[in-house]
Design a protein around this ligand. Sequence first.
Ligand code: ZN
Length: 390
Amino acid sequence: MSDSRSWALIPTEVFARAFFAMFACRQPSFNALEQQRSSSAMRRWLGGWRLPCADELSYVSERIELDGLRECLGHIHSRLKRNKVLSPSHGWMLAAIDGHETHSSYKRCCHRCLQRQVASGSSTRTQYYHRIVVLQIISEGFRFHLDLEPVLPGEDEVAAALRLVARVLDNHPRCFDVLTCDAIYLRPSMIAVLLARGKHLVTTLKANQPELLDEARRLLPAEAPEEFRKAKRGCPARSVELRQAEGFTTETIATPLRVVHAHETGVKRERVAHEWKTTPVDSTWYWATTMSASLATGRAVFDFGHDRWKIENEGFNELCTHWNSGHVFHHHPNSILVLWLMLFMAHAVFHCFHSRNLKPAVRNGRTTIYFARLLDADLRVADWWPPPPG
Ligand SMILES: [Zn+2]
């Protein structure tokens, strides 16, 4: 890892280790981390260096090179793959991309802030915000955030996603085979980038492709359905009718696409006002994919389509709720990206430690937050606890 300071007394690695410890211990800010400056355990973790103060952490986070952090994430990725933590689904390595708004503010901004007008009473106010596109490798029981790309002023999310996918495939050509994402990514440019590298796309099909959706709605009911039951944890199994057809094209998308339609019926159990209630479920889904029926079954496309939600539910939601990712540690375009990449590292290593190193008997009945608190306590109280004998 390196940074662009012309004269550096403290090595970059010390700052990277401090950021890692901050996320692993779920510290909410640089100032909260700074409280551990006197901790001898923290000093040992930093290779003998004293923990830099909050101002130094901010200053260096503006200057850390992103390539070094991405390389480190790539190293973690190859170790995870070698140790079979990341495994294929239906024979294909799956990845998801999605956009995420890191934060918004009416008062603080920088030269890379995106802007929008928000109605406030009879007037409008300018709101500043940052948005990133994240690529997550999806495997049974493990999610790994491999890389991210910021959405720059004046461009849309797909432009950032194209840069992200191209860079990830340059750096890690075999990290995924199928990309699952939202309907906005169903663009000729995205299909071309993926097919040129031998990869495939599965997207939800929504009203933003009206021509394709209308044609699918007209043609698919004539197809013979494939029926199966889908089990869901804690809920009765749902009945699924799957219909599919190939060869769909539009005015803009010349590549023939296959459309898979699922009609799910059943019931779901949910707790409402202290009571368990059962409500009927009747949902329909359409997915468009570049995978022909000879490459993946309809059931595989159905699973890939639903797996897209993992980047939301087991990615952004977890990082926001339990890892303080919604906090702006330091409002600078480079700092924001540096800290998100460090967060990805801490998240991956923590979950490896939790799911692989801890025995089930130790894990059972304890939340992941409990183990984060233990890490934090180890770093905080090591100076004075346990008290010296006598
Ligand atoms: Zn900004």
